[in-house]
Design a protein around this ligand. Sequence first.
Ligand code: AMP
Length: 284
Amino acid sequence: MIRAETIDEARSWAAGHRRAERTIGLVPTMGYLHEGHLSLARRAKSAGHAVAMSIFVNPLQFGPREDYDRYPRDLSRDEGLAERVGVDLLFVPPVEEMYPRPPRVTLKVGSLADRWCGASRPGHFDGVVTVVSKLFHIFRPDEAFFGEKDYQQLRIIEAMVRDLNFSTRVVGCPTVREEDGLAMSSRNRYLTPEQRRRAAALPGALAEARRLCREGHTRADELAEVVRRALSNAGCSVDYVAVVREDDLEPVEKVTGPCRLMAAAVVGETRLIDNVALVPGRGD
Ligand code: AMP
């Protein structure tokens, strides 16, 4: 595995592979790798790509009161994990390499960022698409791999690619979970053992609502209420619970077509997000 810290090295690695008629798969991350990240790299590998993984804690996507400074970092552990799953190039640029000066031009997400995580974290998705577009320009990947765990992010990046005519194909990959259902996340390490137990209420409630929907309970308000109640019983404070259409993330009253149940909750100081697909059943 090659480790690159500069944009020039990353660009020439990608150019070399293109000349050799290899396709390029990109896995953007903020590091502190877990099985969720590694599943994206394995997927890229099994598609036959030369695989680049970036590890960059992007200051642009953190709000002033968010956890940029204390976001977990462990580069030497990450290097071992990335190498083991077959990452070919690990791109670990220092902040000054990606932002040698405060950027004078950034991207702005439209209405897809108005609600849900976008409403709680103003500017967050603008920071995400800005850095992802930089990475897409640096690597010009054939495919880029993102987790469904961050569902609104996935939809926004798909929209960025469509609206700005990137030639990269975005591949959404399923959420990898701990044994009790909690979606893997670098931020899970903030949780105390007691908070960790309470956090399991989130995937539990989403699974319960998914089951109810399949049994024919397709009213969005009822499904959301199941999740809200379970979260507050577990002592988690609710940021949002929403039943949305998969394509534009607009809320629905009833689950008829492809929908997602998305939720964000705060346990202690830690904000958790998760989502599940809802499949309507007829109830008979
Ligand atoms: P992050 O390092 O949290 O910015 O995540 C980097 C990429 O990994 C994003 O595309 C995430 O959606 C994805 N990811 C994070 N957690 C998981 C998970 N539990 N399962 C699948 N993908 C994930």
